[in-house]
Write a protein that binds this ligand. Structure first.
Ligand code: EPZ
Length: 417
């Protein structure tokens, strides 16, 4: 089992380059099921979740060639219409293949995604929306068995903004007969990026990025070339690394307008952040104020930055209330941070972070993707050595983290025990 060893206290400077957004690459690779022409994506991050969706798509008949950050995908003929449990259980976004399989072949058998560490994460809104488009759905032995002669456009109102649900319906509706309107849709930048790819493939998607998305179904879609947008959560994670230990650390090839809520919050607590068109320059300050944060759907403060922000708040003066409104169990980093000397108490959906506290290196365990990022940040700020176990969580969403942090001056290495 690989582990990460961090010697804390090092100053971070120079440049960290941000990669393509994992949470856009996943639905955009699924979109290759919608056509038999080649779809070429660039700025594809080399992370475990992308490797997982590639395995599933190849299982379904998509030929995928990868050359660094470039991916060429082409569906020759469907090799079955089943997405097996052992592939879907490891990564929830695999469930998105259901809509495209239905739209293209009229049938699908896709495993329900299990829950995951951060919550039950049901897909009820995906299913009720697909049913409104005319899909006949039933659950058998943990699989969704679906049939549809032809999906037809419909009006769908989500109970709450669901990123995956919005993306799933955009994928399915792009080949439905007629027009689909998604109300209370998610507004994340990754939704907007998926719409740009679908439109490049010949779909007609309007309103992505607002709470109402209109998709006029096409009879068929073609191939396209598309560059994936920068990963705003990776960028936000390195911004916080700079707020903790930076000396004019540059976070490059990012899109600051995609994570303004995070940048505003880091500036509000007192960090020195310069904002460029496609980069940030950040230096640590000596004294930070504890400022509350409450996760919200985009453009609010992203739940995927909650754990990382909490690590920063351990260094702020006073108490900060960090409230998680999206997932029911996304505080698993708290006990690990407390083992490093933080003073955090959890009361339901709110964590109270009291600081500043000098963190000390410790052996800690990653529990989910963003919790592991939070432990890396704490290890950079801590005195002494931190060992992080279960690195596979981190590898799901952070490409070349050791190389990127090492090049900026951190003392960090992977090792096998
Ligand atoms: C996406 O997950 C992201 N994953 C998550 O990032 C992110 O945390 C989440 O959006 C919220 O921003 C990808 O894009 C691959 P949701 P998703 O559907 O689509 C509930 C990371 O760290 N819900 O917006 O699964 C759900 O339980 C990952 O990169 C239903 O109840 O999120 C959750 O409480 C973690 N029924 C809330 O809505 C449904 O049918 C938001 O879920 C769907 C969702």
């Amino acid at each position: 089992m690989e582990k990460l060893r961090i010697q804390g206290g090092r100053t971070l400077s120079g440049q960290v380059r941000v990669g393509g957004a994992k949470n856009a690459a996943l639905p955009e690779l699924v979109a290759t099921l919608l056509t038999e022409e080649p779809v070429r994506l660039t700025n594809v991050p080399a992370v475990r979740d992308v490797a997982t969706i590639v395995r599933l798509l190849e299982h379904l008949g998509v030929a995928i060639e990868r050359d660094n950050d470039k991916t060429r995908a082409q569906l020759s003929a469907f090799n079955g219409t089943e997405a097996p449990y052992d592939l879907v259980k490891t990564m929830r976004a695999s469930f998105l293949v259901l809509g495209p399989l239905l739209a293209r072949t009229g049938r699908a058998r896709v495993s329900l995604p299990g829950g995951c560490a951060i919550g039950a994460r049901p897909v009820d809104q995906h299913l009720s929306a697909l049913a409104r488009l005319g899909a006949d759905l039933r659950v058998e032995e943990g699989y969704v068995v679906a049939e549809a002669q032809r999906l037809r456009g419909a009006d769908v109102t989500f109970d709450s903004p669901t990123v995956g649900g919005t993306e799933h319906l955009m994928l399915a509706a792009s080949l439905a007969d007629g027009t689909t309107v998604l109300r209370n849709a998610a507004r994340e930048p990754e939704v907007v990026d998926l719409a740009a790819l679908l439109n490049a493939m010949g779909a007609e998607v309007e309103g992505a990025g607002s709470d109402t998305v209109v998709i006029r179904g096409a009879s068929e879609l073609g191939g396209a070339d598309h560059e994936i947008l920068p990963d705003r959560i990776e960028a936000g994670t390195y911004l916080i690394a700079g707020a903790l230990k930076g000396d004019r650390l540059e976070v490059t090839k990012c899109r600051p307008t995609d994570f303004e809520a995070v940048i505003d919050k880091v500036q509000e607590i007192g960090a020195d952040v310069e904002i460029g068109d496609d980069f940030l320059r950040v230096s640590a300050a000596s004294d930070y104020r504890g400022i509350d944060a409450r996760t919200q759907p985009h453009p609010g403060f992203p739940t995927d930055m909650q754990a990382q922000y909490m690590a920063l708040m351990t260094q702020a003066t006073g108490s900060a209330l960090v409230t998680e409104t999206i997932f029911e169990n996304r505080f698993m980093h708290v006990p690990e941070l407390n083992r490093m000397g933080a003073d955090i108490t959890v009361d339901g959906h709110t964590a109270i972070v009291r600081g500043p506290r000098q963190l000390g290196g410790a052996r800690v365990m990653a529990t989910d993707l963003r919790a592991s990022a939070s432990l890396v940040l704490a290890g950079l700020a801590a005195e002494g050595e931190t060992i992080i176990d279960r690195l596979y969580h981190l590898d799901r969403g952070y490409e070349s983290l050791v190389e990127k942090l090492g090049a900026a001056g951190a003392e960090v290495e992977r090792f096998r025990e």
